[in-house]
Design a protein around this ligand. Structure first.
Ligand SMILES: [Zn+2]
Length: 259
């Protein structure tokens, strides 16, 4: 799914393609201009320097090699705590600052992060919870490896339940092409005139942020998600239903934080 995401993103600009190529050429000299947005999926054993950049001379890490594209981190809690905490800066600033001896350099690192994790160490936990062999303590410790501030910077949190393979084979498929067209139109709309948040939607957001005790960052995330959903629907305004969906898509992570 993470790999497919690259195929539905809007086309990238020449400038981003050039910057991404420069970053890749620091690791692999003599490469041609990148034609496609990069997809990087480093293993969870990657060192902080491998993920964020470092070494002597300084070399860009995976976050910069994913510039303009997707950074996919599978088994997120298995990454080293230093590597995970180091992600906060590029997620916020869209660049990463590296210092070594007397030099300080920054590399662009504007990527779309997709991360996956199991609900618990054995991977079987579900709302019915019947097959899970983990204790509550073990489950909490596992989730606790992802810090609140990092979780707070991830906009969408989606539970993916086990699916029946026959349903997948029989189900309708939506072609990437039609999604890509809608995503492109939504991105253009947000770039020019982002959908206006109407009064009812504003009220719904205020109520949700109070009852869910959302952080300021989470409130602005709900607003952005709701605007994106509205633009994807090609609506002119953000309505209550867009806010409700934004809260549903973001809610898992906020519940973890509240735990
Ligand atoms: Zn379990």
């Amino acid at each position: 799914m993470a790999r497919c995401l690259r195929g539905v993103l809007p086309p990238w600009s020449q400038d981003t393609a050039l910057a991404a190529t420069c970053l890749h050429s620091l690791r692999k000299p003599g490469i041609h201009l990148l034609r496609e947005r990069p997809f990087r999926s480093p293993h969870h054993s990657v060192s902080p320097a491998g993920l964020l950049g470092g070494g002597n001379p300084l070399r860009p890490g995976e976050v910069s090699l994913a510039h303009g594209g997707i950074l996919f981190l599978d088994e997120l809690p298995e990454f080293s705590p230093r590597a995970l905490e180091g992600l906060r800066e590029p997620m916020e600033e869209r660049e990463v600052t590296l210092s070594r001896a007397r030099t300080v350099e920054s590399f662009p690192a504007d990527f779309q992060l997709v991360a996956a994790m199991n609900p618990c160490p054995c991977g079987q936990h579900s709302p019915s919870g019947t097959d899970c062999r983990c204790s509550d303590r073990k489950r909490r410790a596992y989730r606790g490896r992802i810090s609140g501030p990092l979780l707070d910077r991830i906009d969408l949190h989606i539970a993916v339940p086990r699916v029946d393979p026959t349903a997948v084979l029989k189900g309708d498929r939506i072609a990437s092409e039609s999604i890509r067209t809608r995503v492109r139109m939504a991105a253009e709309r947000i770039g020019t005139t982002p959908p206006f948040v109407d009064k009812n939607a504003e009220q719904a957001m205020i109520r949700a942020s109070a009852s869910l005790r959302l952080s300021m960052r989470a409130v602005s995330s709900v607003r952005r998600i709701a605007q994106s959903i509205s633009a994807y629907d090609q609506a002119d305004t953000v309505g209550k239903s867009h806010v409700a969906e934004a809260i549903r898509l973001g809610g898992q992570g906020w519940r973890f934080v509240a735990d």
